[in-house]
Design a protein around this ligand. Sequence first.
Ligand SMILES: [Zn+2]
Length: 423
Amino acid sequence: MNLSVSDLLIHNIGLLATPLSQDRAQWAERVEKIPQAAILIHDGRIAVVGAEAEVLAQSPAQVERFDAQGALATPGLVDCHTHPIFVGNRAAEFHLRNAGKTYLEMAAAGGGIQATARKVREATTERLIEESLPRFHRSLTCGVTTLEAKSGYGLDWEGERKSLRAIREIETHIPQRVHSTFLIHALPAEYRERRGDFCAEVVERMIPSVAAEGLAEAVDVFCENGAFTVEESRRFLRAAQERGLSCMVHANQFGHSGGALLAAEVGAGSAHHLEYLNEEEMLALAAARTTGVALPASVFFLGDLPYPPVRRMIALGMRVAVATDMNPGSAMTESLPFCMTAAAIYCQMTPEELLWATTFNAAEVVNAEDEVGSLEAGKRGDVALWKLPDLESLSYHFGELRAAAVFIGGKPVWRDPDASSRY
Ligand SMILES: [Zn+2]
């Protein structure tokens, strides 16, 4: 995207709601709320933010203005867990599952991740980009200005490298900032009898190449019964750390897999899913300062798992983020606002917690909290406007909620042509 505007005054904001860096330690308790507010953006960064009268007094007379028409302003949202790089869909599988087959049964029968992997390997890079790119646009319309994107449906190195390169190519076509993650997702079918060979390939070839070629900022591993063991996952994560890549773990989705304790042991920045999490695991994650990422859309979509025990996680001192898990098998949605609603209902998260979980805390998961995740002077001018009267309404309207307008670095990058007020 090549837009020239990077100085902008967004005025007539009905209510501005944002986390503040200074409240980081008490994140679950406090959100800054400023009625009748404005934001002055200079050179793509927030210069002044606050009550409209104060911001206007400090704004140059000739600055370009955007009338928010009383909208709710929040930081651009951060979706810190997505799998957007794939071709085809798994709609038929979705209905088979609803008819009684389990996710793991279908995976064992060659469906699931392996089915998507076959399609990704057969697809050209152009086709992979063509099908994946619109998902990033839909995410933007839901207010997301920064997102994490994983590979993970290539499985072998050729497929994974194609997927990671597709993310890098897509980045050049979209306004959002993308954080790329190499996901070690499942054993490729052709390695079924040669498990050790594949693990060696990951450690000796894939992770070093990811680092050397700058294909990703992080490594993620699916540590689960049916995917990778704790010992295998530990080897992968240690290899990633040796190469300076940050670490995430898909942990404890289907049981007490050991993934959460491993994430704490290696000091991973985040552990994702955590549907099965006991107090020992929560305390370990809290002590290791590993953020727990709740993915309520996948629990909703799979239908037979418990929601992560977020209230207890917060009570025991964990930081929590909420993300979509956008993927063809277990969460076919780009809507982070929908995930807020699900987390409100099923994880009993408050509107204030949900804002932190989808902005500041999520920015920490991708190591971008100094740049994005709150509306504070010095940060990038990433702003989402919502035709809503208050913060509570952001998770109350569900299923079709889009941002009225989105700005990245002070540039208007999305405007809903049909944004009507909700009261
Ligand atoms: Zn995932």
